[in-house]
Design a protein around this ligand. Structure first.
Ligand SMILES: Cc1cc2nc3c(=O)[nH]c(=O)nc-3n(C[C@H](O)[C@H](O)[C@H](O)COP(=O)(O)OP(=O)(O)OC[C@H]3O[C@@H](n4cnc5c(N)ncnc54)[C@H](O)[C@@H]3O)c2cc1C
Length: 643
């Protein structure tokens, strides 16, 4: 198989394409049997193997809950209908090759049959094309420029079907069959809203499952789906700056508005607007898309405490709704849809083609950077009993409220044997950060037994300089790709930082979670992000989970697997990640987590991902997408385990 599907102008070309589609039709007919129900497969495997694998530790998870007055009983939400879009290759409903060919012509040759990225290596590993894949297998940007690769192997895999290289030694020979796994059957390399409109019409009329992919960073695999027709927005890169801007139908005048196409990635955005003296509320990693899952589901980053999340910056979107129609939406034209797409999650209400948002005049990015190795424990490590972990976490939590109130963002990576902690203040006053962090810095510098690698202030003139700094190996903690990654998270409210007793409980929970992860094949680390909208408390304009507005720490627990990890170990790792957030759930009954950095197995997902906005989001969803054409995993209105 090779990438194909370009415009069939001549009849010769057209016959060639029909022949290819016919051949692929036969291949996919066979593959459909394997590729159907990927997550359903996991769903069956996980509880049976997982509980056995976790053994006694699973029961200690249960006991965290029973000792605590937890009331996170799942809320019963109104039922949605089963999916209308279930037609898969091999069924009578699946379009003939001539239909695909006609559709391809209607979108000027932008239809592609999906080819797994690693396919050249399944014919031996000596070809140039295989070498190219192998050498960039762990490169996040290279992955995002392929439709046939996701950032994480989890979502290239369906049961036993996949097309993977060895994550740690990608140039090693591979054996077996290369198959699509969970990748879509066909995809459209969308260039404009018209391509998207035609694709929605085709999928809707044929009853085919639809998926939307931008970069493929999604931790819940919501940007692809086996047997689907995908819209790939990667090439929609138009970028503009508006000195002044008035949204259609509104009276409000804005200054310094950025406009980006759906495929723009974080680094492309900050590079473009930096030249104009402007900052963009991007996240931590250059390859993440801005307008897709990030810009519709939340979008936290180093500018979050000062300016808010990405969704807080949105002033207008251009979208294509499920009926194939193009709209410009904002709070004056389609207030409900705009509200839902500002925080209610990507992939679910309409396809966004252009995102217009508030920029911020550039100021220096001032940073206090601290790194240290912990003293070696005497005897085996028990993180729950580690004084150095407890003392440092307590000091950080005691400072967190004032850090947030001053607009400081924090990236804190606490590991079993060391810590990396960055406090960030975007400000013209480059000295201000020193006063705000003085107590924290003095505590760390004076703490006995720490092997301090760095305790230093920086002032970066540009966002690019700040980002280069975060990529230095000693600091860099984000972004390994080309392997499997599971995460789970929890939003920690302000109140838990307000008294010594509450801080004590919070620190206990972090230590317990880390120890559980450490002893059960997880990473044994906790990521404490203080990058939320701590100074933007009003949630009335966004469909975001209200829990975000009260959040000081967004805690993420994670673990990784590679393509050589046996399935039972992978299941064990997944269950460790899911269980490791239980101490935080117990502390925050009825609370939430960030839907984009969440456990894909989350059971109580409506409450946890969307909070009290769920029912209103569902009403908007039903109004704009009454047949459920957009149907992604644990998105609002998701129809259940029928993938
Ligand atoms: C290494 C890494 C670092 C991260 N860092 C951060 C961070 O600092 N801050 C943060 O907030 N999050 C972060 N995330 C999480 C990130 O926000 C999500 O992965 C998000 O889903 C990425 O959006 P995307 O559009 O790039 O990805 P995709 O996987 O392509 O899409 C995600 C979702 O958006 C939908 N979608 C995509 N494009 C469109 C569109 N045009 N219209 C409608 N729906 C669309 C997809 O269908 C899917 O449901 C990180 C993730 C990773 C893997």
């Amino acid at each position: 198989m090779a990438t194909r599907g370009h415009g069939a102008q001549s009849s010769e070309k057209s016959a060639y394409i029909e022949d290819l589609f016919e051949r692929e039709h036969r291949i996919y007919t066979r593959m459909a049997q394997i590729a159907h129900s990927c997550k359903l497969l996991w769903k069956i495997i996980v509880p049976t193997v997982g509980l056995l694998a976790l053994g006694g530790h699973f029961f200690s998870t249960i006991s965290w809950r029973s000792h605590t007055p937890v009331s996170d009983i799942p809320i019963i939400y109104s039922q949605v209908n089963a999916s209308n879009y279930t037609c898969v290759p091999g069924q009578d409903c699946w379009p003939f090759s001539s239909d695909w060919s006609q559709f391809n012509q209607s979108i000027h040759g932008s239809l592609r049959s999906t080819t797994p990225w690693a396919i050249p290596c399944y014919n031996g590993n000596s070809s140039d094309s295989c070498h190219k894949v192998a050498t960039s297998y762990g490169d996040p940007i290279a992955r995002t420029s392929q439709y046939g690769a996701m950032e994480f192997l989890d979502w290239e895999t369906c049961g036993q079907a996949n097309c993977l290289l060895d994550s740690l030694k990608p140039s090693s020979p591979v054996s077996g069959d290369c198959s699509l796994g969970r990748l879509s059957t066909y995809h459209v390399e969308a260039r404009n809203a018209k391509d998207i409109s035609a694709t929605l019409d085709f999928a809707r009329q044929r009853g085919i499952r639809l998926s939307i992919k931008n970069t493929g960073h999604d931790y819940l695999g919501r940007s692809n789906s086996a047997n689907s027709l995908a819209i790939w927005t990667h090439n929609m890169k138009e970028t503009k700056y508006h000195k002044t801007f008035q949204p259609q139908g509104c009276r409000t005048n804005y200054e310094n508005i950025g406009e980006i196409g759906a495929g723009i990635q974080a680094q492309e955005a900050w590079t473009f607007f930096e030249r104009l003296g402007m900052l963009v509320t991007v996240g931590a990693v250059s390859s993440v898309g801005l307008a897709g899952g990030y810009g519709q589901g939340g979008g936290h980053g180093p500018l979050g405490p000062k300016y808010g999340l990405m969704v807080d910056q949105a002033v207008e979107f251009d979208v294509v709704t499920a009926d194939g129609k193009l709209h410009t939406i904002n709070e004056c034209t389609d207030a409900d849809l705009f509200w839902a797409m500002r925080g209610g999650g990507g992939g679910n209400y309409a396809v966004l083609t252009s995102y217009k948002f508030q920029l911020h005049p550039a100021v220096p990015i001032n940073v206090y950077s601290f790194r240290a190795d912990f003293p070696k424990p005497k005897g085996p490590l028990d993180i729950t009993q580690s004084k150095v972990h407890r003392d440092i976490l307590t000091a950080l939590a005691n400072n967190q409220t004032q850090f947030a109130d001053h607009g400081l963002a924090g990236y804190n990576f606490v590991l079993k044997d060391h810590i990396v902690s960055l406090q960030i203040l975007p400000s013209d006053d480059v000295e201000a950060i020193k006063g705000i962090t003085a107590q924290w810095r003095n505590f760390l510098d004076d703490y006995p037994g720490l092997d301090i690698g760095e305790s230093k202030y920086y002032s970066f003139k540009t966002f690019s300089e700040w980002h280069d700094f975060t990529e230095t190996p000693a600091i860099s903690r984000n972004g390994p790709v080309g392997l499997g990654i599971m995460v789970a998270g929890r939003l920690i409210p302000r109140e838990l930082f307000s008294t010594n007793d509450n801080v004590g409980q919070l620190v206990d929970a972090v230590l317990t979670a880390m120890q559980f992860s450490y002893t059960n094949k997880g990473l044994g680390s906790a990521q404490l992000y203080a990058t939320g909208p701590s100074n933007q408390r009003d949630n009335s304009k966004t469909g975001l989970n209200p829990a975000w507005r009260d959040t000081l720490w967004h805690i993420v627990m994670g673990a990784a697997w590679t393509s050589t990890t046996p399935p039972n170990v992978r299941t064990q790792i997944q269950n460790t990640v899911s269980a490791s957030v239980q101490p935080f759930k117990a502390l925050t009954p009825g609370g939430g987590c960030y839907m984009n950095e969440a456990d894909w197995q989350e059971e109580n997902w409506q409450q946890t991902f969307f909070g009290e906005n769920y029912d209103r989001l569902l009403a908007v969803k039903k109004r704009y997408d009454p047949t459920g054409l957009f149907n992604c995993w644990k998105c609002v209105g998701w129809t259940g385990y029928d993938e």
